[in-house]
Design a protein around this ligand. Structure first.
Ligand code: GUN
Length: 285
């Protein structure tokens, strides 16, 4: 069997188009969604991500502001910028691009962002609400993963989902979201014994470890759905995911490519979260 390829790129484009219509409609009622993106330092990957976010804002009609701060920025200076954005009505969502330079405390920055502007869904209160199944901002990458799973057509109810990776921003929320949809969920990580056996028992595999082709294609159960969150650049310049794609594709029922899978979805979900924040701020939903 050769898997159907779940094109995050196409699905994200379709969602952005739908969202652009919604934004046009909101603007006629005086609601102008606004996103502030703060970037500290000159990490090249972060610069690319931030540029993609700005482009998506333009495409969907969302007002965006980029605040660039030097690598030497002090913690108090960054917190002061966040506080200022917290207080501005035209800014519905705030995203501070990570990673921050080493001397800055990411947790303190996350906690400084007003929860109703936490479009990244990283604030402990946002995550806590997710844990107890309450309405919240869901962090954009796992939110995108769930859209892709829905597009694969597989119902998660009663299925075994194996999440490889236990990060706060991807692995843990993805596991909770699958649990919410009545899957049986296993979270694997670097200390898991016999990872191959765990993956082989999965109907759905979600991998977010940041290690090139760490999940071997022949571990994948025939007919499984594979969502690869990883994006790794090899020394020869190629971009690969965390899953050995070419082999996995011959066994899976559906699989996300890298690039063009989860990556574009993350940005699309950020746009959706920003519009959700604006709608809430306007008190119309
Ligand atoms: N760095 C890489 N991905 C993300 C993300 O989704 N949000 C933030 N704030 N930083 C990131």
């Amino acid at each position: 069997m050769s898997a159907s390829v779940i094109s995050g790129k196409a699905i994200a484009a379709a969602r952005r188009a739908t969202l652009a219509l919604r934004v046009t409609e909101l603007k006629t009622s005086g609601v102008n969604p606004g996103l502030a993106v703060v970037i500290v330092g000159e990490d090249p990957a972060s610069e690319v991500y931030v540029r993609n976010k700005e482009k998506a804002c333009v495409e969907t009609g969302i007002y965006s502001e980029k605040i660039e701060m030097p690598t030497t920025t002090k913690q108090e200076e960054l917190l002061a910028v966040v506080q200022e954005l917290n207080g501005r009505d035209e800014i519905d969502g705030i995203l501070v691009q990570f990673p921050l330079p080493d001397h800055l405390d990411e947790d303190a920055v996350i906690e400084a962002i007003r929860v109703d502007k936490d479009v990244d869904g990283f604030h402990p209160e946002s995550i806590g609400r997710l844990v107890v199944g309450k309405e919240t901002f869901v962090s954009c990458t796992p939110a995108g993963v769930m859209v892709l799973l829905e597009e694969s057509g597989m119902s998660l109810e009663g299925k075994h989902v194996v999440v490889v990776g236990r990060s706060n921003n991807v692995g843990k929320p993805a596991a909770l979201l699958c649990l919410e949809q009545h899957a049986t969920v296993t979270i694997c990580h670097s200390r898991t014994q016999d990872l191959g056996a765990q993956v082989a028992s999965a109907d759905v595999v979600i991998v977010a470890v940041g290690r090139p082709e760490m999940v071997k294609g022949d571990w994948i159960k025939n007919g499984a759905v594979v969502i690869d969150v990883g994006i790794n650049r090899l020394p020869d310049g190629r971009l690969v995911g965390d899953v050995e794609y070419e082999v996995a594709k011959e066994r899976a029922a559906a699989i996300t490519p890298v690039p063009g899978g989860v990556g574009p979805m993350t940005v699309a979900m950020l746009m959706e979260n920003t519009v959700k924040a604006a709608v809430r701020h306007a008190g119309i939903e």
